[in-house]
Write a protein that binds this ligand. Structure first.
Ligand code: ADP
Ligand code: ZN
Length: 210
């Protein structure tokens, strides 16, 4: 099974992607994570990506497409996967088709902009294991350390308020048109974000088909 998880930054793609992964034993492929890893490893692509990411812009299509294509060659992707944060443009969706990849369903997480801004502005992440927290809604047990691995938590540099607004603007402009693209192919499954993670997860799993 091949799924796409769509939604604005902070809509909960990471959280619900993990729920689908547990249920179906499929890997979650996040282009955001691939890009951050390349930046940390200071590869050529990583170095080129930095300016785009910290400004809240999209990394150029060719670069992300190349990273994704390479990742999908790995053995763990042979039975299917959940794409988190890809495609983000029509050109990226077309690239998937050109690779001969047939997507089964696109789960579109719909969350209002005001909620997104609150969530991202208070988000804390663990750079060691990828766990995320929120200063108010889901604080870590310790002062500023990860519950899972004890690593120090930090803010993502693209979670600065001005950058959040820019990411949202770009989402509406470049990524939202993908809703029509996939709806016209009969693949779009919209899920409205609920007040609790559990309630939303139920709807997400129902949309996936279980
Ligand atoms: P979020 O969903 O919270 O914005 P991600 O971790 O998915 O976070 O992405 C972080 C950043 O990485 C994006 O703001 C963008 O700069 C870059 N990025 C991730 N995926 C893509 C993509 N498919 N195309 C272009 N840029 C991307
Ligand atoms: Zn951790």
């Amino acid at each position: 099974m091949k799924l796409i998880l769509m939604g604005a930054p902070g809509a909960g793609k990471g959280t619900h992607g993990a729920a689908i992964r547990e249920r179906y034993h499929l890997p979650v492929i996040s282009t955001g994570d691939l890009i951050r890893k390349a930046m940390q490893a200071e590869t050529k692509a990583g170095e080129q990506a930095k300016a785009f990411v910290s400004a809240g812009k999209l990394v150029p299509d060719e670069m992300v497409i190349a990273m994704l294509e390479e990742r999908l060659q790995a053995p763990d992707c042979q039975k299917g996967y959940i794409l988190d944060g890809f495609p983000r443009t029509i050109a990226q969706a077309q690239a998937l088709e050109e690779m001969g990849i047939v997507i089964d369903r696109v789960i579109d997480l719909e969350v209002e902009d005001e909620v997104i801004v609150q969530r991202l502005a208070g988000r804390l992440v663990c750079r060691e294991c990828g766990a995320t927290y929120h200063i108010q809604y889901s604080p870590p047990t310790g002062a500023n350390t990860c519950d899972h691995c004890n690593h120090l938590l930090s803010r993502r540099e693209d979670d600065e308020p001005a950058t959040i607004l820019e990411r949202l603007r770009i989402y509406h402009e470049q990524t939202e048109p993908l809703r029509d693209y996939y709806a016209s192919r009969g693949k779009l499954y919209p899920v409205k974000g609920q007040d609790t993670v559990e309630a939303t997860s139920k709807l997400v799993l129902a949309a996936v088909g279980s």
